[in-house]
Structure formats: structure tokens, C-alpha cells
Write a protein that binds this ligand. Structure first.
Ligand code: SF4
Length: 461
């Protein structure tokens, strides 16, 4: 059977979509390989959030033209967000590209791959080029991301609960690439999670572009609880599930029912990723973020009050059009004040057909770079301080497997989503265990597993 290679750019939702595609190919007998040079089918699942992600995927596909010249039978495809945004225009400069499939059609990829393989197999030297482009909308497509290939002893898994976003932040291309909000039913999601747990998964991350607004168009509030909180409660009941995460919420819609869920549902871990984007009300308004700095600060405080030791991480954009030194200083001061456990800092990148790209007062790249470096220093200091507070303490981790930076060691995640590196054998993989934190380096913690004779005094970390 043919071999396939799939490379994913971008966010966890893209990773999850790729796993769905991998599952559909493996279930038809295809073999997954780790190098494009070994593959008969090469798929790039793309991201459009920043220009750099677009360029990386385009550059990679261009380079793959070398393989196409040596082995013209190989099938090449672009999937996902950039495929959705650019459609058939991608075929223009990439003569070896065969397939372009958008974000609502991942479940059709295996069919299209088979069609392309067949066509290439029977194509004569003089036959005109063929291609398959499918970037249409499809009703119910949010329910098609529901299967995945689990690795041996896989302890964590992502579950896609909704697709799309209606928020229209002025810098963001996602509403165009992912469409409007569409949610799966609670029964469907719970069924998928039960299956994962029965295969040994202990930690689930619920995924959505705007995850806490899950179901707001489809399902009613019950007892003043949003559909998202109803979902959390139902998933929480699943026997064998130990940890529950979600990403990414919007500060709008993070209401009391969700904050209370952190106080009531112990499987909900002590971590919230809460995108801030800017610490200036003027810029938040221009971004169409629909909350104020004061509301965000109050929300962080209420989340911290609801669960002791909860970690809060965030996303921040520097150099948004019109951002003055004083706006930037407000962001810097707020980041210092809130002491995030970590933050992703992005330089603003104009995206085609978004309102912000058309705004006057675009900020120069040198200024963006300077603010980016400066803010990263502030973030790194608070992240380091948060890690150092854990030295000498005992924490629960879920071991995910070998460390990505040193395969001789293992890595696990605390409930607060911090990575811990430790020495140990295969018996730890896929298991919850207690470790003592010995030291902190960069963004990682290093620990030692507690022996059974040591009494674990596990804290939320
Ligand atoms: S909430 Fe805003 S930033 Fe997030 S996906 Fe929707 S439009 Fe984009």
C-alpha cells in the first residue's frame, strides 16, 4: 500500500485535523512515514494566521518539486487554512501540486488521495495536468473530526468540539479560513472521549477557536449554565478520565458559571490560557476584542481566587497598527503586573482581507522587533519566577514519553501545563506519578520521581 507523509503547521486544531486525516489513510491500509522522501503521498496541513506560516508552507511545497521531478507518481496536497484562503490559485506556481483541500473537507482527503493516485498511475506523458480543489462549505463538517491514530501508551489526546469563529477580531483571518461557529453535540463528544479513555488516555484537551463559546448557537443554557459548562460537567463524569483541559477561551464568555466550574470540578486542571492581545484599551478597541483591560484584570483575579495555584498563560500581539510607545508601555506594565506563567508574544503580521491590514499607521518592523524582544524579557522573567517557586516541591505529572530535547530522558506535564524532565524507564510512560522538582532551566523543570515509600504531598502545580 502507498506510504504517506503529513506535516502540520500552526495550532493544536491543525494537529488534530492532521490526526484525523492520518487515521482515515491508515484505516485504508496506508502506511505513515516520517520522511517525505519515503512517501508516495505528501500532504502539508497549513496555517494562515501569520504571513510567515504561509511562506513556510509555500517554500516547503516548492522544494518538494525536486521529489516530483524524480518520482512523478508522488501525490502532493495542501490542506487546511492556507488551502482554504488561497484555493485554486495555489496551483498556479506549483506545477506538481495535485490536491487543495479546505478546512471543512478533511474527511474527504483520503478519497481525493486515492483518486489522485489512480489518475497519476494511468496518466500518459502527454495527458494534461489534473488537480482536485475542494474548499467548499459543508454542513455538519464540525462532526467529522472524531477519530485519531493513538500511539502506544498515549496518555493525552485533543478533542475538537467546535469549528469556526464569529468574533471578527480585526487582525484575524480565522473567521475566513474556518467559517462560522458550529458545534458538535455533547453526546458525540462524550462518545469520542469515552473511546479514548478506554484506550488508556487519561488527559483530554477540548479544542475550539473560541472554546468557551461552544454551543451558544445550538444549545440552550440550563440552570444558568452555558453549553460549555454543561459539556465540562458531563465529560468530568467519565470514569478513568483524570485530567481535563480546554483551549483557547475568549475573555468574553468567561462568566461566573465557568469560573465556578474550576472550584467544583477537580479534574479540570489548574491552567487557563487566556488571550489578552493588548494592555491598551485603545488598541483592544481597534482589535475589536470587546473587553477592556479592567475587565480582563478582574477576570484573572476571579480565576485565581477560584482555584489555588492556577497557572494563567496568554497571547499578546505587539506592533498592531496605531500602537504608540505609550500603548506598548501599558501592555508591558500590565504583563508585569499580572505575572503570567508564560505568554506567546507575536509581532503583528498583516493578513490579506482583514480590517487591520487596511488600517493606516502600520508599525515599522524594527519597532515591532524591539517591542517583541523587550516584552519577551518581561515574560521570561515571570515564567522563570513561576518555575522557581516549584523547586523543592512535589507535583503530579502525566508522563507523555521521551523528552523532545533529550530522548534519553522522559517528559511529563504538571496539571499547570509545565514540562518536567526526569530520568526513568518505560514503565512511567502514560502514567501519572509524583515527582520532586529539583531545578528549573529556561522553560523546563527537572525532577526526580518519588519512590513509593515517600509520601506524596502532591500540590497543584
Ligand atoms: S476570537 Fe478573534 S482571534 Fe480568536 S479565532 Fe476568533 S476572530 Fe480570531
Amino acid at each position: 500500500m502507498p506510504k504517506f507523509f503529513i506535516k502540520t503547521y500552526g495550532c493544536q486544531m491543525n494537529e488534530r485535523d492532521s490526526e484525523q486525516v492520518a487515521h482515515s489513510l491508515v484505516s485504508r491500509g496506508y502506511e505513515r512515514v516520517e520522511r517525505e522522501a519515503d512517501a508516495d503521498v505528501v500532504l502539508l496541513n497549513t496555517c494562515s494566521v501569520r504571513d510567515m506560516a504561509d511562506q513556510k508552507a509555500l517554500g516547503k511545497m516548492g522544494m518538494l518539486g525536486g521529489i516530483a521531478k524524480e518520482r512523478p507518481q508522488v501525490v502532493f496536497g495542501f490542506l487546511g487554512c492556507m488551502a482554504q484562503a488561497r484555493g485554486a490559485s495555489l496551483l498556479r506556481n506549483l506545477p506538481h501540486l495535485d490536491i487543495v483541500v479546505g478546512t471543512q473537507k478533511f474527511h474527504r482527503v483520503a478519497d481525493y488521495v486515492e483518486e489522485a493516485i489512480e489518475k497519476k498511475r494511468h496518466r500518459g506523458m502527454d495527458d494534461p495536468r489534473f488537480s482536485i480543489v475542494d474548499v467548499g462549505e459543508e454542513i455538519g463538517s464540525q462532526s467529522t473530526i472524531r477519530e485519531q491514530q493513538l500511539a502506544l501508551k498515549q496518555a493525552t489526546a485533543f478533542v475538537s468540539i467546535m469549528q469556526g469563529c464569529n468574533m471578527r477580531c480585526t487582525f484575524c483571518i480565522v473567521p475566513q479560513t474556518r467559517g462560522s461557529e458550529r458545534s458538535r453535540s455533547i453526546d458525540e463528544i462524550v462518545g469520542e472521549i469515552r473511546d479514548l479513555v478506554s484506550c488508556g488516555v487519561q488527559e483530554i484537551t477540548l479544542l475550539g477557536q473560541i472554546v468557551n463559546l461552544y454551543g451558544r448557537h445550538e444549545f440552550p443554557k440550563i440552570d444558568n449554565k452555558s453549553p460549555f459548562v454543561q459539556l465540562l460537567e458531563t465529560v468530568h463524569e467519565i470514569d478513568g478520565l483524570e485530567r481535563l483541559r480546554f483551549t483557547s477561551p475568549h475573555p468574553i464568555g468567561f462568566r461566573d458559571d465557568l469560573i465556578n466550574a474550576f472550584a467544583r470540578l477537580p479534574k479540570l486542571v489548574e491552567h487557563v490560557h487566556l488571550p489578552l492581545q493588548s494592555g491598551s484599551n485603545r488598541i483592544l478597541k481597534a482589535m475589536h476584542r470587546t473587553y477592556t483591560v479592567e475587565k480582563y484584570v478582574d477576570l484573572v483575579q476571579r480565576i485565581r481566587n477560584a482555584r489555588q495555584g492556577i497557572a494563567i498563560t496568554t497571547d499578546i500581539i505587539v506592533g498592531f497598527p496605531g500602537e504608540t510607545e505609550s500603548d506598548y508601555k501599558e501592555t508591558r506594565d500590565l504583563v508585569e503586573h499580572l505575572q503570567f506563567d508564560n505568554a506567546f508574544v507575536f509581532r503583528y503580521s498583516p493578513r490579506r482581507a482583514t480590517p487591520a491590514a487596511e488600517m493606516s499607521e502600520q508599525v515599522g518592523e524594527d519597532v515591532k522587533e524591539k517591542r517583541n524582544r523587550d516584552l519577551l524579557e518581561v515574560v521570561n522573567e515571570s515564567a522563570h519566577r513561576a518555575n522557581e517557586r516549584l523547586i523543592g516541591r512535589e507535583v503530579e505529572i502525566l508522563c507523555e514519553g521521551p523528552s523532545k530535547t533529550n530522548s534519553e530522558r522522559l517528559m511529563g506535564r504538571t496539571r499547570t501545563n509545565k514540562i518536567v524532565i526526569f530520568e526513568g524507564g518505560d514503565e512511567f510512560v502514560g502514567e501519572l506519578l509524583d515527582v520532586r522538582i529539583d531545578r528549573a532551566t529556561g522553560f523546563s523543570l527537572h525532577g526526580t520521581p518519588l519512590t513509593q515509600s515517600e509520601t506524596p504531598a502532591t500540590i497543584a502545580a
